[in-house]
Design a protein around this ligand. Structure first.
Ligand code: C5P
Length: 221
């Protein structure tokens, strides 16, 4: 059977990364978390003291930073100019700023280019917001993964348990705000590709979602 590319898009907290990682494992493919790349830029901007609105300075920053994704012991490792920032990119500070950072053209142009190169050899499962529409419009399998905002907030709440105590209502508001921002930006907004299959995970387990996607892949390989 031949190698294909699998694009998984959808709003924040729909379970894309967990599902994409498992699908990749099952297929013996490489998983690429594009959100981690945008988070790495937000992290770098923060450190350089560049506000999320600073288009010109962000464009300059993009020329000087090197972002790398590599397999690590507990999943994907993210490096910024060689430094391991895997944990740092998950901070709330980064999470609250990343959507505005990701709205800038200079940021997207460079990351999309990187993502296309990573997928050129096929055998990739990539998750994000614009993979099926912009990054890999020819991906053999496209999934648009959704879930109710309540379920997504609950999942984030459980992920954060023991790490940070954020009220679930607050998480719900932040997720809804990030959705709005990702859906309304001018360049590559979050939207379903016409040929993407919508999978609603509100009442499905992770393994059920993985099974649905593997079925879609089986028909294409
Ligand atoms: O997937 P994750 O929630 O980690 O992504 C963080 C943010 O990065 C998203 O809210 C979105 O603003 C941005 N992003 C994007 N395009 C992608 C992946 C992520 O704009 N392909």
């Amino acid at each position: 059977s031949s190698r294909i590319n699998v694009a998984i898009d959808g709003p924040a907290g729909a379970g894309k990364s967990t599902v994409a990682r498992k699908v990749a494992q099952q297929l013996g493919y490489v998983y690429i978390d594009t959100g981690a790349m945008y988070r790495a830029v937000a992290f770098a901007a923060n450190r350089a003291g560049i506000p999320a609105s600073g288009a010109a300075r962000l464009a300059e920053l993009m020329k000087t930073i090197e972002i790398a994704l590599e397999p690590g012991p507990d999943g994907q490792l993210v490096r910024l100019n060689g430094e391991d920032i895997t944990t740092g990119i998950r901070s709330r500070e980064v999470t609250l700023q990343v959507s505005e950072i990701a709205s800038h053209e200079a940021v997207r142009v460079k990351l999309v280019e990187m993502q296309r190169q990573l997928a050129a050899m096929k055998g990739i499962v990539m998750d994000g917001r614009d993979i099926g529409t912009t990054v890999l419009p020819n991906a053999e399998v496209k999934v648009f993964l959704i879930a109710s905002v309540q379920v997504r907030a609950l999942r984030r709440f459980q992920e954060l348990s023991g790490i940070e105590a954020v009220p679930i209502e607050q998480l719900e508001k932040e997720i809804a705000e990030r959705d709005r921002s990702d859906e309304s930006r001018e360049i590559s907004p979050l939207t379903r590709a016409q040929d993407a299959v919508v999978v609603d995970s509100t009442e499905l387990s992770i393994d059920q979602v993985v099974a649905v996607i593997l079925d879609l892949c089986r028909t294409k390989t």
